[in-house]
Design a protein. Structure first.
Length: 442
């Protein structure tokens, strides 16, 4: 009898402990790029548009703030949109906490959105180099968070990106793309060792400054930032609430205009650039001492599209020769980038079955292995027009990534970003289907 009661008690205690921690649970970082509020037409995403997503998010991460190189302080990239002196969007997002009390609202700085200068990462490196500049940044970040009632800071620190590598040596025109973000030098940063040490110091100082207010400090490792060059995992790990690995945009039409390929595979397809996949990034951080429960895997809510030509062949199998970014979608307005709703509209559906040309539906190729992701394509017509190849995330593949995170016991997922998920429910009626599907399998 006592034995049974005793074991019952143990079970009850264990249940209450795990219930407590279940409420902590894996993180779901929901990014919202606030500049979407300024887009025209279909691409416009205002704060009230993202509200229905929030019950599924542990964190709302508002992007993006930048750096003022004159005084090393954090600054709103668009003061008229974000600050109280303007439209007050910072205040609008932090006010959401009144209706969603468990939600943490963080401000993200960097994120490849702070692109005003010629080599935008240079000021991020320069700031690290002086103790005075770091202090100016820390103090300004602290007071910005405090003023607007944010719960913390997401450091999507900009570093020079690794150079794109070609998978195959196809002949073709040399590309003259978007080279602003990565250096052409074989040495990415001659002072990398110093910068790595100083970045750890910045993170430590931020952590100390935030302690009293319990502000959270997270790190986003942006695509093509080589962590083995710029980040000291052991010095960083204890000072960070999470490490968000932006494991997407591995292959993009800007970086790799001549070569279409999976943009965010979980595992490496054969004969690809080593490291450009989710599992390689996660493994790197785990092997270098990062706690698994702090690692957050980024899931994009958009696809990347390349123009196909005659040279691309008719099989659609990647990697395949391509001719740069495909035409922008009506929502994103960005060449080669399609929100999930835009991709969905291009897949076969009753409304486009009889359309021709640029509206002819794509052929979807699934991924029964659940390792690489899905793609859809349309070969060019007889006039060499309307060829299109898109690598994208859908609710199923997003769910597969969440299942990977769960199986590995990692710290959660991010959705990057809410504005490119189907926030209107135009695809299948459900709003935020990527976020929901991922959350469901986490
Ligand atoms: C629950 O979470 C707390 C605080 O994060 C931690 O100290 C504790 O070890 C966790 N307990 C279990 C059973 O995981
Ligand atoms: C990252 O840097 C290391 C050297 O520190 C190098 O071996 C590796 O190839 C680099 N990775 C990429 C993707 O450039």
């Amino acid at each position: 009898m006592w034995l049974i009661l005793g074991s019952l008690l143990v079970i009850l205690l264990a249940a209450s402990v795990s219930a407590q921690n279940a409420t902590v649970g894996p993180r779901v970082l929901c990014y919202y790029d606030g500049s979407a509020a300024l887009r025209e037409g279909l691409g416009k995403v205002i704060v009230s548009d993202i509200e229905l997503a929030l019950p599924f998010c542990t964190h709302l991460i508002y992007g993006f703030a930048g750096l003022n190189p004159e005084n090393s302080k954090i600054r709103a990239l668009d003061a008229t949109l974000d600050l109280d002196s303007g439209k007050g969007q910072y205040r609008q997002v932090t006010s959401l906490k009144q209706r969603y009390p468990g939600l943490k609202v963080l401000l993200s700085v960097g994120g490849y959105k702070d692109l005003s200068e010629d080599k935008p990462y240079e000021k991020y490196l320069a700031l690290l180099e002086s103790g005075g500049s770091r202090t100016a940044f820390v103090n300004s970040a602290y007071s910005l968070l405090k003023t607007y009632s944010f719960d913390g800071l997401d450091l999507a620190w900009q570093f020079p990106q690794s150079k794109p590598k070609r998978i195959r040596g196809w002949t073709g025109k040399l590309w003259h793309g978007f080279k602003k973000l990565f250096t052409g030098d074989s040495v990415l940063d001659p002072k990398a060792d110093e910068h790595r040490e100083e970045f750890s110091a910045l993170v430590r100082d931020l952590k100390n400054a935030f302690k009293h207010d319990n502000f959270q400090l997270g790190l986003t490792v942006l695509p093509h930032v080589n962590e083995s060059i710029f980040m000291d995992v052991l010095l960083l790990k204890d000072n960070l609430e999470y490490v968000h690995l932006a494991t997407f945009d591995q292959q993009t039409p800007e970086r790799n205009p001549k070569e279409g390929d999976f943009t965010a595979p979980i595992y490496e397809p054969t004969e690809r650039v080593v490291g450009n996949n989710v599992d390689a990034k996660v493994t790197y951080w785990l092997n270098n001492g990062a706690p698994s429960n702090k690692l957050v895997v980024g899931i994009p809510s958009y696809g990347r599209g390349w123009k196909l030509t005659e040279e691309s062949g008719i099989t659609g199998v990647p990697p395949l020769p391509a001719d740069g970014p495909a035409a922008p979608g009506p929502q994103s307005g960005i060449p080669g980038l399609y929100s999930w709703a835009e991709v969905c509209a291009k897949l076969p559906n009753p409304g486009n079955a009889n359309l021709k040309g640029a509206d002819f539906p794509l052929r979807k190729i699934g991924d029964p292995t659940r390792r690489f992701g899905v793609y859809a394509y349309r070969v060019p017509d007889e006039n060499e027009e309307h060829g299109l190849w898109i690598s994208y995330e859908d609710p199923d593949t997003a769910g597969n990534k969440a299942a990977y995170v769960k199986a590995k016991g990692l710290g959660g997922i991010s959705i990057f970003d809410l504005g490119y998920d189907d926030f209107k429910g135009s695809c299948a009626g459900d709003k935020f289907p990527i976020l929901r599907a991922a959350k469901y399998r986490l």
